[in-house]
Design a protein around this ligand. Structure first.
Ligand SMILES: [Zn+2]
Length: 265
């Protein structure tokens, strides 16, 4: 019954054409959108339409939520699930958007908001994700990440990777994979990658992935996801095994896509 309702509602949402203004926002503000082929662009637009139709965006600290905010955030959240049979982050209802980096008071803990991820530090955050709770994002940081994607930092990719991780039942750095073989390879490659990052960052050595990923396995997956989408060609070159398992999970060849787009330029 609920399924039918939802599908019916989604069909209705998708009967509306994708707004021209939204198209312009994607082209001007979301650099990764230009890397997609036509089919992927179509699929992303559909996901965005439903995402914006279903999720509640709340502006905090006097931030007025505009179409630009909705579309940029939805585009990046949906970029992660472009190749997945994901039901548009079913546990997520509300996104809280702050204008710039802020100190966010810890929300009250209850059974629905376990496992909060407090990013970077407790005093200044760029984003936070809660299991079956809200996602908190800082708009300044989102905007920067969308426009300059090759930094390797993208708070939307990071937080929504946490959501995919949590959908598997526990936030342990392993999302729901597609086969038993994949779990085996994933465990091997991710353990090796995580321990390498931890060893290097403990010694204060330069690391390919941000050393924030050495905090725990969940952060490692979120940080690796940021690199997989932001710096895929470098990742393919330097961390081939990690790139391959992520490509297998996300069902996207982000490096190939970036190469094609660079050749077209
Ligand atoms: Zn995190």
């Amino acid at each position: 019954m609920f399924h039918w309702l939802r599908d019916h509602r989604r069909k209705k949402i998708l009967q509306e054409p994708f707004p021209v203004q939204w198209q312009e926002i994607l082209e001007e503000k979301v650099r990764h959108y230009s890397f997609l082929n036509l089919e992927e662009k179509d699929r992303l637009q559909q996901l965005i339409q439903v995402f914006v139709g279903e999720k509640k965006f709340e502006g905090c600290n006097d931030l007025k939520v505009t179409d630009e905010i909705r579309v940029v955030i939805a585009a990046e959240a949906c970029m992660l699930i472009l190749g997945l049979p994901n039901d548009l982050y079913p546990g997520l209802i509300t996104l809280l958007v702050y204008p710039s980096t802020v100190v966010v008071p810890p929300p009250q803990q209850n059974v629905f908001t376990q496992n909060p991820f407090v990013e970077r530090s407790e005093t200044a955050i760029y984003g936070q994700a809660f299991h079956r709770g809200p996602v908190i994002l800082v708009w300044d940081e989102v905007k920067r990440g969308a426009r300059y994607p090759e930094s390797g930092h993208n708070v939307v990719y990071h937080e929504f990777a946490h959501l995919l991780d949590m959908e598997s039942g526990s936030a342990n750095g392993t999302p729901r994979l597609h086969s038993r073989d994949q779990y085996r390879t994933w465990a091997k490659v991710f353990t090796e990658g995580f321990l390498l990052l931890r060893r290097k960052s403990d010694k204060g050595e330069k690391t390919f992935l941000d050393s924030y990923g050495a905090l725990n396995e969940a952060e490692f997956f979120a940080v690796a996801t940021e690199y997989f989408f932001d710096r895929p060609m470098q990742m393919e070159k330097k961390r081939k095994a990690l790139y391959d398992v992520l490509a297998g999970f996300y069902q996207q060849d982000t490096a190939g896509r970036q190469r094609r787009s660079k050749n077209d330029d």
